[in-house]
Design a protein around this ligand. Structure first.
Ligand code: CO8
Length: 371
């Protein structure tokens, strides 16, 4: 069966943290820690923490602000992480709630209802719990049939899930698949680490994938092909996990949350991503210059400029729109936000590429054509 994307949704958190607010709170934390350890610092047995700066953040990343689901806890120098209320088992869990909100928008765009869905894939960099799968809770909340499962390929979770959705529809095992990407990055971002405290933002996206012959959406994007690739690297790592307890290691410890060698990631991933896209397009009979839009992973402005330069010879904001200035890095949701917000001006026949790259390393590309 031919496969189309018929709708997308974007659930945006209610709070914004600007770089100025973030840096102000971080620098208060630094001053507080340095005072607390003043003796050790004076004795030379401990290095003082260094302050962050708005200028550095904007220049190094292109990020100007981020959205978060809770703000006070993050900006409290005594805490430096969000404050979420634990929910009972009979309440809808947080990730499911976000996913349902984004999914409803995608359904509305596609002219569908929950009951039309027959598979739900919840794909994100972190899952709130091990089981029951978030996707099954979301399936129930939407009144969907079929099946659901969770998957995690860090920043490439969305594109990898789209390939699973496309294959399920193509082979006939499902007619309509919902992919959701609830990325609550604030839950485990190291807000007290200068090297990465500015990187991430919260969001949830949704994508609906259907059989072309029964889709009724006013606007449809035919999936011409998907391609996934992975290559092991320790340069982006999160060691938080269920064995922490048995290993007698502290799940709160700095090395158990997100950390990366940003420079290495930048240098190594740019060529991998550009070659991946070029190879995928070539196999589909297209050249990069003929692609009207690239909805790229949103981790770093410079990185996207390099990728697009390699592909079409010049950095082109119109051809590869940026959303990370407003949203920061939203892990797997970034390229989906770009697709959600920057596609209305394309005309029938135009080709675009949704492409993610990140931890793993992982790269996923989805080539679409407007119908
Ligand atoms: N303020 C002031 N100075 C700073 C700060 C700061 N906040 N941070 C670092 N510095 C200093 C450093 O100490 C360093 O000083 P020195 O030169 O004296 O050593 C100097 O500034 C330069 O530091 P860097 O080399 O680290 O700076 P870069 O120019 O490389 O910029 C970036 C850092 C922005 C991180 C950049 O390297 C980057 O964006 N790289 C790409 C990273 C990337 O794409 N990663 C993908 C990550 S996401 C993913 O795949 C999985 C996500 C899973 C979700 C997780 C949810 C939490």
């Amino acid at each position: 069966h031919s496969v189309v994307i018929t709708g997308t949704g974007l659930h945006q958190p209610p709070y914004t943290i600007t770089n100025a607010e973030l840096v102000e709170s971080f620098n208060r934390y630094v001053a507080q820690e340095n005072t607390r350890h003043a003796d050790a610092i004076a004795a030379g047995t401990r290095a003082p923490l260094q302050p962050s700066s708005v200028e550095f953040i904007e220049k190094a990343s292109g990020i100007k602000q981020r959205y978060v689901f809770e703000k006070e806890g993050i900006l409290d120098p005594q805490r430096m992480y969000p404050r979420y209320q634990e929910r009972s088992d009979d309440q809808l869990s947080m990730m499911a709630e976000l996913a349902v909100a984004a999914a409803r928008q995608a359904l509305q765009q596609a002219g569908r209802q929950g009951v039309d869905i027959d598979a739900v894939l919840c794909a994100a960099s972190n899952m709130q719990r091990a089981y029951p799968a978030m996707a099954i809770e979301i399936q129930q909340a939407l009144g969907a049939g079929g099946y659901g499962f969770d998957m995690n390929v860090a920043c490439s979770s969305a594109t990898f899930a789209i390939e699973q959705a496309v294959n399920a529809v193509r082979t006939g095992s499902a007619r309509c698949v919902l992919v959701v990407n609830p990325e609550i990055t604030s839950g485990h971002q190291a807000w007290n680490d200068r090297d990465c405290h500015f990187i991430f933002g919260d969001v949830c996206t949704a994508i609906l994938v259907e059989r072309a012959d029964s889709a009724t959406a006013p606007v449809q994007w035919e999936v011409l092909g998907t391609r996934l690739a992975t290559q092991f690297s320790n340069n982006i790592r999160n060691n938080f996990g269920f064995l922490n307890r048995s290993e007698d290691s502290d799940p709160q410890a700095r090395d158990k949350t997100f950390r990366q060698e940003g420079r290495k990631v930048f240098k190594e991933v740019v060529p991998i991503a550009a070659a991946h896209i070029e190879g995928h397009l070539a196999d589909l009979g297209h050249v990069p210059a003929a692609v009207r839009r690239y909805w790229l992973h949103q981790a770093n402005e410079g990185m996207n400029q390099f990728v697009i330069k390699k592909l079409v010879g010049e950095a082109d904001r119109e051809r590869a729109p940026l959303i990370l200035d407003e949203f920061a890095n939203t892990a797997s949701a970034g390229s989906v936000i770009a697709f959600h917000k920057h596609r209305d001006d394309l005309v029938a026949g135009d080709i675009g590429v949704i492409c993610s790259f990140g931890a793993g390393y992982s790269v996923g590309s989805v080539v679409v054509r407007k119908r």
